[in-house]
Design a protein around this ligand. Sequence first.
Ligand SMILES: CC(C)(COP(=O)(O)OP(=O)(O)OC[C@H]1O[C@@H](n2cnc3c(N)ncnc32)[C@H](O)[C@@H]1OP(=O)(O)O)[C@@H](O)C(=O)NCCC(=O)NCCS
Length: 269
Amino acid sequence: MELPIDNKQFLALSREQVDVWLVYVDETYDENLVASYRRLLTAQELEQEARFYFPNDRHRFLVTRALVRDVLSRYEAISPQDWRFEQNAYGRPTIANDNVISKLISFNISHSDGLIILSITRDRALGVDTENLTRSAPMQIANSYFSPREIAALHRLPAALLSQRFFELWTLKESYIKARGMGLTIPLDQFSFNLDVDQQIRIEFETAFDDLSSRWWFWQWRPSANHIAALCLELEDGAAATVITRKVIPLLPSETLVSNMLRTSTRRY
Ligand SMILES: CC(C)(COP(=O)(O)OP(=O)(O)OC[C@H]1O[C@@H](n2cnc3c(N)ncnc32)[C@H](O)[C@@H]1OP(=O)(O)O)[C@@H](O)C(=O)NCCC(=O)NCCS
C-alpha cells in the first residue's frame, strides 16, 4: 500500500554522499508499469516521448523520467508527478520546484544500451556517464579530440587493452563535462586523465584552461559486465564523499543495494 506522503521515511540528502541509482531497462518492460510511468509525465514530456522514432528510445525516455521523479520523491515531500524541471543554456536539466531543499539537489543522468544511471547529491557539481563496452571504440574520436598526452598513452597500450581504456577515458571526460554543465563548449583536449598510476584517477588541465585538479573527485566502476561508468564530483579541499549504489525498478518496491562493483578507482587529490 502506498503510504501517505507525510508518513514516508525520506532518504537523507548529504553533501558527503552521492547516491547512485541504476535501472536495468530489461526489467521495466511491463505493460502496467509502463502505464504507471506514463501517468507521471507532463503533457510536454509525453510529447517528447512520442517524438522518438525507435520504440527502445521512447521506452528509455519514459523510464528515465519515471526514475528521476520516483527517486527525487524519496528525498523530499513532493509527489513524483509534481516535480518540475528546467534546462540550463546547454540542455542540462535541473529542478524548478520553488522550495529550499529542491534548490539544493544536484542530479545528473546517463543512459547507454539497457542501463540508466541517476546520481544525486546535495549542493555540489556532479556529472555521471556510462557507455557500453561491447561497442567497438571509435578511436578516430580519440585521435581527433582527446589531449595529446591521452592519445600518446592510448597508443602505448597493447591492442587488446585499447578499447576498454578508450571508454574509461571517454566516460571520465564526459563525467567532467557533465559536472560543469556546459556541454561540448569545454574543449576535450584541454584536460587529460592519467590512468597509468595504480588504480588512481588523475585529471590534469592545460595551463591556459581555467580550472583546478584539486576541485574534482572521480570514481569509476562497472555497473554491469557490459558497462563502464564514471562519476565526477566537486569537492572542496579536505572534504570526502562516499558513494551508495542502488538498483531499482521505478515505482516498484524493488530497491537493492549494489556492492558487486567490478572495479573501483578512487582518489582524492
Ligand atoms: C549531452 C551531453 C551532456 C552528454 O550526452 P551523452 O553522453 O550522449 O548522453 P548521456 O546519456 O550520458 O547523458 C544524457 C543526459 O545528460 C543530461 N544532460 C543534457 N545536457 C547536459 C549538460 N549540458 N550537462 C550535464 N548533463 C546534461 C540529460 O539529463 C540527459 O538525459 P535526458 O535527456 O534523459 O534528461 C554532451 O556532453 C554531449 O553532447 N556529448 C556528446 C558526446 C561526445 O562527443 N563526447 C565526447 C566524450 S570524450
